[in-house]
Design a protein around this ligand. Sequence first.
Ligand SMILES: [Zn+2]
Length: 103
Amino acid sequence: MSAEPVTAIDLHADGSVQCWCCGTIDTPARMVHLGNHPEVHLCLGCAHFVHQQAWEIEDDGNRRPAALFRDRFRNLRAFVIRRGWHHNRFIGNRLRSLDKYLP
Ligand SMILES: [Zn+2]
C-alpha cells in the first residue's frame, strides 16, 4: 500500500498529517492508508490496534487452538492494563514493547 495519496486538506504546512483515530501527527510515510479512502490516516499504534481488533472479531466463537491461544493473550493483556502494570516505571516499558510481538 502506498503512502502517496494525501489530500491537500489533510496535509499540514510542515508536510505532516494527523491520525484519524488518536490525533497523532506524523509524516504520511509513517501512516497507514485505507485502500478506497487514502485520505484516512492511521498511525502505526492505531493500525496495530485495528489489527488486534480484527483478530478478536475473527476469533469470536472460534475454538481452534490458535484462537484460544490468542484469546488467552488478550485476557492477559486486559489483566495487565486493568492493573496499570503497563505504566509501571520498572516493567512498563518492557510490557509495552513486548505487546508489539504478541497476538
Ligand atoms: Zn493513532
